[in-house]
Write a protein that binds this ligand. Structure first.
Ligand SMILES: [Zn+2]
Ligand SMILES: [Zn+2]
Length: 504
């Protein structure tokens, strides 16, 4: 988690089916914004309520607008570099979305018109909510002002006529020509942006007509029937005018805009779900806004991304469009939920390597049963049956810790778990998971007191199975480390029990 950068995105790297996360959304706000009601999507029962009306609320709004402006200026020009693409822009649900990929000369959606967007020749509009299209006239006009060539703007076919009318009105009102190449590109159609780059729309599922876009690189591949030929013969064929190569399309960058999670289950989303980079939305992040609420408004809840992770084959997933109801801390917390899956799997491999017997208590917001299935799929066959037990949900932790055969307790370092472990004289292997809680501090404290060893992460905050296995072995079998820990934790445990008995 060292890579905290300033931009309005969250990014998660998908490595095969494992997820890990690096948070990159920064908008400094102490309290949530009052959502500005752009379009209909924001009218929701759990929208932030303004306590005052009239004059006061106008001031409140002005202050928030000012905060918003400042935060926006702060994230300006700061982006991410992923899979060879730099990605910039802004994305806050209901306020504005504009994601820019300069290498492709492309901008996706244009809720307002950030200055960096003006220099992109291609603009892809996903749907007509104002936080996604509001900046369009300004984008075209500013390009005109700078003497840049008319842009190519892609829209879903159903809104093309209305967009033309809108631009006509602006043109008439301002007496300025708005020059552009407006293209209604339908799902199933292909448009050639360059001879090595094409775009295809992909179906998304929102409350009004919408579509995402997948941008493909076009590569030439030698036809199968010529693969066995020598270089000279191939050269000769080529000179004689024979078509010796096939064109292969490789999905590079996909952008969904607003969509419900049905997108992940639609077989036609396959290319978007295997693009190098998928830029999509996770508008809702916690239990205050349910999955049902997200679905009703055509949005995705982060729980659904966890649920559908197995369909996501992208190397990098960039999450955008967080609801403005969330403070930066809440966004960090929401996103930290994406981490455990990979970490659990890495821990599983660490356990496998360490050769110890274990009981593993698994709790997961999407349902424990699914996790057990996922773990069984991931782990070497027979692994769970031979040496371990997985206990779903709540386990009788105290009873387990009390048992004389228990050699160590691997824990995320919640305070109660730590106390329980010390009380029963069980050495701790500390694996703090949530960086925004007291877990890391608890871990440091018990390590300093000599009753725990912490599993270290690398510079990118990642865990490594080899390292996990080493530590487990040291604690369980290690003559020096293990014995030291047991001695210290026993005496500390006795002291705790003595103190408690005296108080009672
Ligand atoms: Zn939106
Ligand atoms: Zn929308």
């Amino acid at each position: 988690m060292k890579n905290i950068m300033h931009a309005s995105f969250f990014i998660a790297f998908f490595n095969h089916k494992f997820i890990s996360g690096v948070l990159i959304q920064i908008l400094k706000r102490n309290k949530p914004f009052i959502p500005l009601l752009f379009g209909s999507e924001y009218i929701s029962p759990c929208a932030v309520k303004s306590s005052s009306t009239g004059f006061l609320s106008a001031i409140e709004r002005a202050i928030e607008e000012e905060e918003y402006r400042k935060a926006r200026a702060e994230v300006n020009r700061k982006g991410l570099n992923v899979e060879g693409y730099s990605i910039e822009g802004h994305s806050i649900g209901g306020h504005e979305t504009c994601v820019i990929v300069p290498q492709l000369k492309a901008a996706f959606d244009i809720g307002r018109c950030p200055s960096r967007a003006v220099h992109q020749n291609f603009l892809f509009i996903t749907h007509a909510h104002l936080d996604h299209i509001g900046g369009l006239p300004m984008y075209i006009a500013t390009r005109g002002l700078y003497g840049l060539k008319p842009p190519t703007v892609f829209v879903p076919p159903s809104i093309k006529e209305d967009v033309e009318k809108l631009l006509d009105i602006h043109s008439t009102m301002s007496n300025v020509e708005l020059n552009l190449d407006l293209i209604a590109l339908d799902v199933g159609e292909t448009y050639e942006m360059r001879n090595d780059l094409v775009v295809r729309p992909v179906r998304t599922h929102h409350v009004i007509p919408s579509q995402g876009y997948v941008i493909y690189s076009v590569r030439k591949k030698l036809k199968k029937q010529y693969i066995h030929l020598e270089g000279k013969k191939i050269e000769k064929l080529k000179k004689s005018g024979v078509q010796i190569t096939d064109s292969v399309l490789c999905p590079e960058v996909a952008f969904t805009g607003d969509t419900a999670s049905d997108f992940y289950l639609d077989p036609r989303s396959a290319d978007a779900l295997r693009a190098k980079v998928l830029i999509t939305e996770a508008t809702f992040l916690d239990d205050n806004c349910s999955v049902e609420h997200a679905r009703e408004h055509g949005h995705t809840h982060i729980y659904e991304i966890m649920e559908h992770a197995k369909w996501i084959r992208n190397k990098t997933l960039v999450l955008t469009h967080f609801s403005p109801r969330y403070s930066i801390e809440e966004i960090r917390q929401g996103i930290s939920k994406l981490k455990p899956q990979e970490e659990m799997e890495e821990a599983a491999y660490g356990l496998e390597l360490s050769n110890v017997h274990f009981i593993w208590v698994v709790r997961f917001p999407t349902g424990e049963e699914q996790v057990v299935n996922k773990l069984e799929e991931t782990l070497p066959q027979g692994f769970l049956r031979e040496r371990g037990r997985i206990v779903e949900g709540r386990a009788p932790q105290a009873r387990i810790l009390k048992h004389p055969t228990i050699g160590a307790f691997l824990t995320h370092c919640g305070w109660n778990s730590i106390l329980e472990s010390i009380e029963f004289g069980v050495p701790i292997i500390a694996l703090p998971m949530n960086f925004y809680s007291d877990q890391p501090m608890n871990a440091r404290l018990i390590v300093e007191n000599g009753v725990a060893v912490e599993i270290a992460r690398d510079g990118n905050g990642k865990l490594h199975r080899g390292n996990i296995a080493e530590i487990i072995k040291d604690v369980i079998f290690g003559e020096q480390i293990g014995e030291d820990l047991r001695r210290k934790v026993k005496s500390l445990g006795e002291n705790i029990r003595l103190l408690r008995d005296r108080d009672e």
